[in-house]
Design a protein around this ligand. Structure first.
Ligand code: NAD
Length: 292
C-alpha cells in the first residue's frame, strides 16, 4: 500500500513557520505583510475560498482585506480597484479571485496587477521569470505540489515526471517547477495519444485534469509518487463526494506514495499564497525573506 502524503499536516506546519516569519518581520522591520483579495460576483465556491484565505491570513498575523464587488462590475472599475491596490503601500499581495464574470477580460486583469504584488503568480512577468529560471512569485497550487513531492521523495533530479494537464494555473507552471528540479518532464493533455502508456513511464505523476478518477492503478509504475490535484464533486451511493483525478483505491495499491483528495494538494494552495505574500512584502521593503 502506498504511503499517504498528508497535505493537511504539511500545510499546517508551513503556516506555523509562516507565522514565525511574519512575527520576525514585524519585530525586526516594523513590517506587517498584507494581502488584499478581490471577489467579483456571488459564485458560492469562490466565496468559500475567499473566506478561507482571509481567515488563514489573519491567523498567521498578516493584514487581510476583502473587496467584494457586484457581478455587474465593469472591467474598468475592476482595473481601477487593482490599480488602487497597486498604489497602496500597506498591500503586498493582490489576488483577484478567478473566475471573473464573462464580460471581463481575465488576462487584462491579471496583467494589471503589479508583478511585485502578484502573489497568485499569474502575471506574464512572473510566468516569464519562472520559465527562464529567474526568482519569481510562482503559482500556489503548483508550488504546493512540488513541496509535497520533495518532502516525500527528497531530490527529484533525474526523475521522469508526467504532468497530465496543460492549464496556465496548474499544468504548465508545475512542469516548469519540475524542470527546475532537474526532472525529465512530459506534459500530457487532452490530445495526447495512449495516456496510460505515457503515465506508466513516470516516477512522479501530477494529475491536474478535472476528470473524476480518470487515472487508473494499472497506469501507475509500481512505487511511483502520485500527486493528485483534481477536485471533482461526484454523487455516489446517494451522497455528494469529493474525488481526485486518480482512482484512489486502485492507484494506492500500486503507487509508492499518493496524495488523498481531500487533504492532499488542496490545503497547500492557501499556505503557499501566504508564503508568497511574506516573500512579496520582504522584497518590496528590500529586506531578507525570513526562512519559512
Ligand atoms: P483546466 O480545465 O484548466 O485544465 C485541464 C487540463 O486537463 C487541460 O489542459 C486538458 O488538456 C487536460 N485534459 C482534459 N481532459 C483530458 C484527458 N481526457 N486526458 C488528458 N488530459 C486531459 O483545469 P485546471 O484549472 O488545471 O484544474 C485541474 C483540476 O485541478 C481540477 O479538478 C481543479 O478543480 C483542480 N484544482 C485544484 C486546486 C487545488 O487543489 N487548490 C487548484 C487548481 C485546480
Amino acid at each position: 500500500m502506498a504511503k499517504l502524503i498528508d497535505g493537511k499536516l504539511y500545510a499546517e506546519a508551513l503556516r506555523k513557520r509562516i507565522a514565525i516569519a511574519v512575527a520576525s518581520l514585524k519585530k525586526d522591520h516594523n513590517l506587517i505583510p498584507g494581502l488584499a483579495v478581490v471577489l467579483v460576483g456571488e459564485d458560492p465556491a469562490s466565496k468559500v475560498y475567499v473566506a478561507n484565505k482571509a481567515k488563514q491570513t489573519v491567523e498567521v498575523g498578516m493584514n487581510s482585506w476583502e473587496h467584494k464587488m457586484p457581478a455587474d462590475t465593469s472591467e474598468a472599475d475592476l482595473l481601477a480597484m487593482v490599480q488602487k491596490l497597486n498604489d497602496d503601500p500597506s498591500v503586498h499581495g493582490i489576488l483577484v479571485q478567478m473566475p471573473v464574470p464573462k464580460h471581463i477580460d481575465s488576462a487584462k486583469v491579471l496583467n494589471t496587477i503589479d508583478p511585485a504584488k502578484d502573489v497568485d503568480g499569474f502575471h506574464v512577468v512572473n510566468v516569464g521569470k519562472l520559465s527562464t529560471g529567474q526568482d519569481a512569485l510562482v503559482a500556489c497550487t503548483p508550488t504546493g505540489c512540488v513541496m509535497l513531492a520533495k518532502d516525500t521523495l527528497g531530490d527529484l533530479s533525474g526523475l521522469n515526471a508526467v504532468v497530465i494537464g496543460r492549464s496556465n494555473i496548474v499544468g504548465k507552471p508545475v512542469a516548469q517547477l519540475l524542470l527546475a528540479e532537474n526532472c525529465t518532464v512530459t506534459i500530457a493533455h487532452s490530445r495526447s495519444k495512449d495516456l496510460a502508456s505515457i503515465v506508466r513511464g513516470a516516477d512522479l505523476v501530477i494529475a491536474a485534469v478535472g476528470r473524476p478518477e480518470m487515472v487508473k492503478g494499472d497506469w501507475i509504475k509500481p512505487g511511483a509518487c502520485v500527486i493528485d490535484v483534481g477536485i471533482n464533486r461526484i454523487e455516489r451511493d446517494g451522497k455528494n463526494k469529493l474525488v481526485g483525478d486518480c482512482d484512489f483505491a486502485s492507484c494506492e495499491a500500486v503507487a509508492g506514495s499518493i496524495t488523498p483528495v481531500p487533504g492532499g494538494v488542496g490545503p497547500m494552495t492557501i499556505a503557499c499564497l501566504l508564503h508568497n505574500t511574506v516573500k512579496a512584502a520582504a522584497a518590496i521593503h528590500k529586506v531578507k525573506t525570513p526562512e519559512m
